[in-house]
Design a protein around this ligand. Structure first.
Ligand code: GDP
Length: 308
C-alpha cells in the first residue's frame, strides 16, 4: 500500500546521511520533500500541513549532541509524528461489562463491511468469544445472503430476516423491504437470549453518503446503543476519504475506524488521514478477501513499515 510513499521518504532521508548539523535550509528542503511525498500519497492537505509544521519545528529544535546523528534524528521525528497521526496508541475493543458487547458496522457500500463482519467474528471466536452476526442491511438484495455466507465460513451463527417467512419483510424490486432498526434490535435481543457474548450488526451502505442512509444508521445506533461503532473505510478511496469519514463521524459518531483493502496498491492517503481528521482511532486493518486477512492496527508498527 505505501510502497511509493515509503520509497520517497527513504530517498529523502538518504540525502541527509553522513551530514553534520543540519541548517535551517537543509531542514526546509527536507520538509518540502516530505510534504510532496505525503501529498502525492493523497494524504489530506490539513493533515500534511500539521504534520510538516510539527516535523520542521522539532527538527529545528533538535539537540545535536546525543546518541542519534542528524539524519537519524529526522527519521525519528518523522516516525513519531507518523505514529501520532495514526492515532498514537493501539486501541482494542471495548467490551461491555454486562454481555453482550454490541458492535455496529457502518460505511459506504463496497467498503468491506460484510467481509469485515466475518473477519471480526472469526477472530473473536478464536479468542473464545461466541459472536452472533446480525444482518441489518436490507438495502441490497444480496446483503443478507452474503452475510450468511460469510457467517458460515467463519463458523458463527447469523440472525437474519427471511423473506417469505417473516411477515414484515417482503421482496419488492428484488430488495428486502423491512425495518432494519427492528432487525438490529431483535438481533441484539436474540444475542442476549441465546447468551452470545458479542453481537456484530452489519448495516446498509450506499455508493455515496446520503441523508437517508445516515439517518437509518443513526436510528440503528440509538436503538441498540452499541459499545463500539466501527466505521469501515476502503483505504483506496483517496481524497474522498476525509469527506466520507467526517460525514460518518457526524452522522453515527463512530468509535473506531477499520481500514479495509490495505493490500491494494493505491496510494494510501486515506489510511494516513482518517484518524487525525476525525480524532477516532484506527482499530483494525483488513488486508485481503480471505477471512484471515485481518489484523489489529498498531500505529507504531504501521509507521515503521512505512519508514522501513
Ligand atoms: P460492503 O458492501 O461494505 O459490505 O462490502 P463487502 O464486504 O461486500 O466488500 C466489497 C468487496 O471488497 C468484496 O468483493 C470483498 O471481497 C472485497 N474486500 C473486502 N475487504 C477486502 C480487503 O481487505 N482486501 C481486498 N482486496 N478486498 C476486500
Amino acid at each position: 500500500m505505501f510502497n511509493s510513499l515509503s520509497d520517497r521518504l527513504t530517498a529523502t532521508f538518504k540525502n541527509l546521511r553522513g551530514r553534520g548539523r543540519l541548517s535551517e535550509a537543509d531542514i526546509d528542503a527536507t520538509v518540502r520533500e516530505i510534504r510532496r511525498a505525503l501529498l502525492d500519497a493523497d494524504v489530506a492537505v490539513p493533515v500534511v500541513r500539521q504534520f510538516t509544521a510539527a516535523v520542521r519545528e522539532r527538527a529545528l529544535g533538535a539537540e545535536v549532541s546525543g546518541a542519534l546523528n542528524p539524519a537519524q534524528q529526522v527519521v525519528k521525528i518523522v516516525n513519531d509524528e507518523l505514529v501520532g497521526i495514526l492515532g498514537g496508541q493501539t486501541r482494542s475493543l471495548q467490551l461491555a461489562k454486562t454481555p453482550p458487547t454490541v458492535i455496529m458496522l457502518a460505511g459506504l457500500q463496497g467498503a468491506g463491511k460484510t467481509t469485515l463482519a466475518g473477519k471480526l467474528a472469526l477472530a473473536l471466536k478464536e479468542q473464545g468469544h461466541t459472536p452472533l452476526l446480525v444482518a441489518a442491511d436490507l438495502q441490497r438484495p444480496n446483503a443478507v445472503t452474503q452475510l450468511s455466507v460469510v457467517a458460515e465460513r467463519a463458523g458463527v451463527p447469523v440472525f437474519a430476516p427471511h423473506p417469505g417467512n417473516t411477515s414484515d419483510h417482503d421482496m419488492a424490486d428484488g430488495a428486502l423491504v423491512g425495518d432494519p432498526v427492528g432487525v438490529a434490535r431483535d438481533g441484539v435481543a436474540e444475542a442476549r437470549t441465546k447468551q452470545h457474548d458479542i453481537v456484530i450488526v452489519d448495516t446498509a451502505g450506499r455508493l455515496g453518503v446520503d441523508e437517508l442512509l445516515m439517518q437509518q444508521a443513526a436510528d440503528i445506533r440509538s436503538a441498540i446503543t452499541p459499545d463500539e461503532v466501527l466505521f469501515v473505510i476502503d483505504a483506496m478511496i483517496g481524497q474522498d476519504a476525509v469527506t466520507t469519514a467526517n460525514a460518518f463521524a457526524e452522522g453515527v459518531d463512530f468509535t473506531g475506524v477499520v481500514l479495509s483493502k490495505l493490500d491494494g496498491d493505491a496510494r494510501g492517503g486515506a489510511a494516513l488521514s482518517v484518524a487525525k481528521v476525525t480524532g477516532r482511532p484506527i482499530m483494525f486493518a483488513s488486508t485481503g478477501e480471505k477471512l484471515t486477512d485481518f489484523e489489529v492496527f498498531h500505529p507504531d508498527r504501521m509507521a515503521s513499515r512505512i519508514l522501513d
